[in-house]
Design a protein around this ligand. Structure first.
Ligand SMILES: [Zn+2]
Ligand SMILES: [Zn+2]
Length: 361
């Protein structure tokens, strides 16, 4: 025998028996424990391009017809952050005003989310407030517009002289190689022009990143002086200044083969790398590495050629007797002043510099 007992259903929370129930809760109690939206944040930072007022929305940069469209567009695209039930209806009930004079303008968006999917209950509504902070930046399009202009220039110069043909070819090749390497990843890594200017070269790079890579490569190749200059390109309506970087790289005045004055003796440059200048003495072939390359200059006073006859060598005093072939005057010069043996009876052209004789290179 089966006894059927009628039981009045009641709300599991408040015990009410006179209300419609869903999952054992009445309307009021159910919405205490459930929401139709679960916002992932209450505050959202959005970047606005100071050049064109493009907006960086979750899906990427978006370009609008008017600055006034920005808040509404942000309100629309921020709906996804509310994580509302897909069945729910979302209304933007209020979008605050934007004070553009504020460096970081803020405004609030009020959403009203409603749903009518639980048949047992009356339609339900919730409000969500989202604060937006606008950050100023520059969009990709405006960045490439700028760097495509004459703004990312590397000026390569040699101190007190013009670049020689070998240098022009070498450095141009170096710049083109870097550009070629990066073009596959970055379409703005091009070089738009290489111009000979004031005895040096001006390289026009499509972006500043490639330009700074070129500078790094130069610094790994040769000692030089680097300057980084910030040039004002533009100032927008709100007084935001936009700068571009121009590099100057100055390589040494001296070159391999040049005679130089080093501690008041003649040396010549054998090699220059990215850390030092190698030099060799014209007296005894001794070598030195000079890291203070800026102190080395070409000779301000040019050596004078003189014709000499090597008359004899005195083994007691270790000296040569040299006779001048113009004045016929003779003098004794220490054998240590020359890196090689002088042949007795030979006629030589020597260099005279600051009262001393040197064997030419
Ligand atoms: Zn209840
Ligand atoms: Zn822009």
């Amino acid at each position: 025998m089966i006894i059927v007992i009628g039981i009045n259903r009641f709300c599991a929370e408040c015990g009410a028996t006179d209300k419609p129930l869903y999952e054992n809760f009445c309307d009021l109690c159910y919405w205490k424990y459930h929401t139709i939206a679960k916002p992932t944040m209450s505050r959202l930072g959005i970047t606005v391009c100071i050049e064109c007022y493009g907006v960086k929305l979750p899906l990427g940069w978006t370009y609008l017809n008017s600055v006034n469209d920005i808040p509404g567009e942000i309100a629309n695209s921020a709906i996804k952050f509310l994580k509302a039930n897909p069945e729910a209806h979302v209304d933007i009930t209020n979008v605050g005003d934007v004070d553009w004079s504020n460096p970081k303008p803020e405004f609030d968006i009020l959403y009203e989310i409603s749903e009518n999917i639980i048949e047992e209950f009356e339609p339900h509504q919730e409000s969500v407030l989202l604060s937006i902070v606008l950050e100023r930046g520059i969009c990709k399009v405006c960045v490439s517009k700028k760097s495509g202009s004459a703004s990312s220039v590397v000026q390569l110069r040699a101190k007190n002289r013009v670049l020689n043909v070998k240098e022009v070819n070498k450095y141009t090749e170096m710049a083109l190689d870097i550009s070629k390497d990066q073009l596959s990843e970055n379409p703005t890594a091009y070089i738009s022009d290489v111009i000979e200017n004031h005895g040096g070269l001006d390289f026009y790079f499509g972006n500043q990143w490639t330009a700074s890579n070129f500078i790094s490569k130069l610094q790994r190749y040769i000692v030089g002086h680097k300057e980084k200059n910030f040039k004002l390109i533009t100032e927008d309506k709100k007084g935001q200044r936009v700068y571009s970087i121009t590099y100057l790289f100055r390589i040494p005045e001296i070159q391999p083969g040049d005679m130089i004055d080093y501690n008041n003796e003649l040396f010549y440059v054998t090699h220059i790398n990215n850390r030092f200048v190698s030099i060799k003495s014209m007296v005894d072939n001794s070598k030195a590495k000079v890291t203070d390359w800026k102190s080395l200059t070409v000779l301000r006073q040019t050596p004078v050629e003189v014709r000499k006859l090597v008359v004899s060598e005195d083994y007691n005093t270790n000296s040569y007797l040299l006779m001048d072939l113009t004045s016929y005057e003779s003098e004794e010069i220490s054998t240590k002043r020359f890196p090689a043996k002088l042949e007795i009876g030979s006629e030589l052209t020597l260099l005279m510099w600051q009262e001393e004789y040197y064997l030419p290179l």
